[in-house]
Design a protein around this ligand. Structure first.
Ligand SMILES: C[S@@+](CC[C@H](N)C(=O)[O-])C[C@H]1O[C@@H](n2cnc3c(N)ncnc32)[C@H](O)[C@@H]1O
Length: 365
């Protein structure tokens, strides 16, 4: 694994995050404000943000909390970009597992899209237990696609390879026959990953390579995996994120994986696949890490949703995907943020845009 400073070095990523967030800014901000008001305890103690990146979370916090937040960020180029964007905010260049605060000096540790990227979650948790005062809170929010950084090494160590969710690609499902659709593995619409057993998958790739099958070249990040030593969790996670972020490339990859799955079926080669939600994986990890055995009490873990009026139909951004439907589904895709705040809310009917933010909150015992 690359050290954080090497993996998070390109400020263009921060601009990309700002761009994809912009259309959902008001809704995500509302959820973050409500979560902060609900879970951040009153003074005394410092309010510290971990892995602040370009400072997006600061812009969503309730202004009084933002005014006292100390921003931390381990990456030097990101810390520089952060200082340029928020010249009045205190910025400390530091890793979350070594915070420059004394024991019990902090009342809230806040983070946006950070815990899903950590391989040293246990070390960060231990550091937070040290710096938080009793009753202090950890609040993590995740508004975009979950990073596969923590998930992929676990899957690969367990003998599985993570594939994109080709079984629920709406554009592909429309052009497949009923029989072809039925042959695809079962998966939820928002499961980001289909995990396939490595041995049969590897054997199939080797067969394609040995026979010079044209499908192999279309398999993007999986095309070279038949070569010895090519299965690198870091490289796969990075390529997976790149493919998933580009709709045209994702469609091409999913098309090739559907063809591969159907070919495997025709050849009578068993290809067991299970659907995995990266968000659910991270949620379970955080619940375990911040449990009573480690000096914390979990307060909330799950998606919180907010919505607003739209031009027509229903548009949902959830777990990194944006989907459209003709009708508004009966239930929101998470705890309605109106359960937590008193801001005005339109009825969830007619034409609606909805988004979810995955919220995790725990209290230092
Ligand atoms: C996906 S970016 C999110 C940035 C920002 N919070 C946002 O959402 O716009 C992940 C951030 O976590 C930071 N990070 C990675 N490992 C870290 C660690 N061990 N301690 C603190 N921050 C870390 C990275 O430097 C990067 O800024």
């Amino acid at each position: 694994m690359l050290p954080a400073a090497d993996r998070w070095h390109d400020p263009a990523l921060l601009e990309h995050l700002a761009r994809v967030r912009a259309p959902w800014d008001a809704l995500a901000g509302r959820i973050v404000r409500a979560a902060a008001a609900r879970f951040v305890p009153p003074a005394p103690g410092a309010v510290v943000e971990l892995g602040a990146g370009g400072g997006q979370l600061l812009e969503w916090l309730p202004p009084p909390l933002a005014a006292e937040a100390v921003l931390t960020e381990p990456s030097e180029p990101f810390a520089r970009a952060l200082r340029a964007r928020h010249p009045n905010a205190p910025v400390l260049q530091t890793n979350a597992d070594a915070l420059p605060f004394g024991a019990g000096e902090v009342r809230a540790a806040l983070a946006l899209c950070v815990f899903d990227t950590l391989r040293n979650l246990g070390a960060v948790r231990d550091e937070l237990r040290r710096v938080l005062r009793p009753g202090g809170a950890v609040l993590h929010v995740l508004d975009l696609a979950t990073s596969p950084d923590a998930l992929f090494p676990e899957l690969i160590a367990g003998g599985e390879v993570p594939l994109t969710n080709f079984a629920r690609d709406t554009a592909l499902l429309e052009v497949l026959s009923d029989a072809q659709r039925e042959a695809l593995p079962e998966a939820g619409e928002f499961d980001e990953v289909l995990a396939v057993r490595w041995e049969p998958f590897h054997a199939l790739l080797k067969l394609l390579a040995a026979t010079g099958h044209p499908l192999l070249a279309r398999l993007g990040p999986y095309a070279e995996l038949h070569r010895p030593g090519a299965l690198d969790p870091d490289a796969l996670a990075l390529n997976f994120m790149r493919e998933s972020a580009d709709p045209a490339r994702l469609l091409a990859l999913n098309r090739a994986l559907v063809a591969l799955a159907l070919t495997a079926k025709q050849m009578g080669r068993e290809w067991p696949v299970r659907a995995v939600s990266s968000r659910a994986f991270v949620r379970a990890k955080l619940c375990a890490a911040f449990g009573p055995a480690h000096g914390f009490e979990m307060l909330f873990a799950g998606p919180v949703s907010a919505w607003e009026a739209a031009d027509e139909g229903f548009v949902l951004r959830h777990a990194g995907r944006t989907v459209r439907r003709a009708e508004v589904p009966a239930e929101p895709f998470g705890t309605p943020v109106s359960d937590w705040d008193t801001e005005a809310f339109l009825p969830r009917e007619g034409a609606v845009r909805e988004t979810t933010v995955e919220v995790f909150a725990a209290r230092r015992a």
